[in-house]
Ligand binder design. Sequence first.
Ligand code: VGL
Ligand code: ZN
Length: 206
Amino acid sequence: MNKALLIVDVQNDFCEGGSLEVKNSLNIIPVINKLIDRFKKQSWPVIATKDWHPSNHRSFASVSGGKVGELGELNGLPQIWWPDHCVQGTKGAKLHPDLKSVDFVIHKGSNPEVDSYSGFFSASGEATTLEGLLKKQKIDTLYIAGLATDYCVKFTVLDALSLGYKVIVIKDGCQGVNLNPEDSQLAFSEMMEKGAIILSSTKIEI
Ligand code: VGL
Ligand code: ZN
């Protein structure tokens, strides 16, 4: 089995103090750093995704004229309006400085007209470079952690499962936005129902 660690969107804007801060997000960084060390020791690849929006991205309430946190529609698909976040080249789009270094970075969300929660495909089905990278590295098992449980982690995990990867989600390595208080719990249940294994980092034997 060839394993990779996939760290989803641990960027300044999603961390405490950022424009779309996820509560308690900083707690996951030491958990993920320990995993990074363990993967590097085994020479298994460590991959990070970055939400990477142009400043005129249509998921931004400021661009589309919606209200932050409310549900609207973008190109016929349901869309939550977000505060401006992870704008290409800004400090908010950088990986959090406390996160240890990664081997590969995958960008997503660069098309201003389409949102992309998943690290694999945008909402309209355009592929990122992630699947090609995993194929090249002959990866079949993904350990996934990051932000946010109820959006980018969930959609990345569901796409990974439908592409046939074995997926282990590191529960204490994820935090959710929780627009509704139970959203993260529902996301973990949905990922599990679709075949993901949800584990605490202390239970991972590598
Ligand atoms: C995300 C909302 C908007 C995420 C990205 O990384 O979970 N959430 N863009
Ligand atoms: Zn985004």
